[in-house]
Design a binder for this molecule. Structure first.
Ligand SMILES: [Zn+2]
Length: 255
């Protein structure tokens, strides 16, 4: 079975000790490609230095995470913008809005989100959206920019059925991760009604490990637990989950 982890921060210090072994485990479990979302200037170099060094193939995005939007956000955007001028990236991200941790920089988060969507349109690449406690607000921002050209994914989607339908209507994919395996998460019920053609898989490693590793460090090899849960919910073979979500990810990110 082939799987693609469309959202994995494998360049973070959490993997410093065992990165090579961790990627070998991923390959053994069928993970053929990994997309790496950027966070901010503290980790850009580390992310870019690891790209393509290993199997599975790893591909960088470029952007500024909403939780990294603070007083200096214009500098962060400038640096990310300079990377876009230098080379190609598979996506803009991760960007979006996060109203869970802190609302101090809400206006700045909006400004940075708009700017990054503009890059996605300019470079004709998808945008990867972080929408923690802000799904409706992110849907609204995307619809303001959607004139038929914008594509992307609502990463770590955990909204309701109505929001899922709105995301799909906008031509975006749902990034499904460990939350789908959580008891009482509610996402399993939502996914019963969602066609697999709109789904890509992700771990969001090192965060949000699926059951049975909930609360532990997450890693791409655990993607199979997410795929297995989705197979159970949809009543299809694991193989089919792999085939469909891999094709979706390859199409979306032009892999
Ligand atoms: Zn992330």
């Amino acid at each position: 079975m082939n799987l693609i982890d469309t959202h994995s921060h494998i360049y973070l210090p959490e993997f410093e000790e065992d990165r090579v072994l961790m990627l070998e485990r991923a390959e053994k479990e069928g993970v053929i490609k990994i997309l790496m979302p950027a966070i901010d200037s503290k980790t850009h170099e580390k992310m870019l230095s690891g790209e393509m060094e290993h199997q599975p193939s790893c591909f960088s995005m470029m952007g500024v995470h909403p939780c990294s939007i603070r007083e200096n956000y214009k500098d962060e955007l400038k640096m990310a913008g300079e990377f876009f001028e230098k080379r190609n990236f598979k996506a803009v991200g991760e960007t979006g809005l996060d109203f869970y941790w802190d609302k101090t920089f809400t206006l700045q988060q909006y400004a940075a989100f708009h700017q990054q969507i503009e890059w996605a349109l300019q470079y004709e690449i998808p945008v990867v959206i972080h929408s923690r406690n802000s799904t409706d607000e992110c849907i609204k921002v995307v619809s303001e920019h959607q004139k038929g050209k914008l594509t992307g994914v609502f990463h770590c989607f955990s909204g309701n059925e109505t929001q899922a339908a709105q995301v799909i209507d906008l031509g975006f994919y749902l990034g499904i991760g460990g939350v789908v395996t959580f008891k009482n998460g509610g996402l399993d019920k939502v996914m019963e009604h969602i066609s697999l053609e709109h789904v890509v898989l992700e771990t969001d490693a090192p965060y949000l490990a699926p059951v049975p590793f909930r609360g532990k460090r997450n890693e791409p090899s655990y993607l199979k637990y997410i795929a297995a849960k989705l197979a159970e919910i949809k009543g299809v073979d694991l193989e089919e989950i792999g085939t469909i979500t891999t094709a979706n990810a390859e199409k979306l990110f032009n892999l």
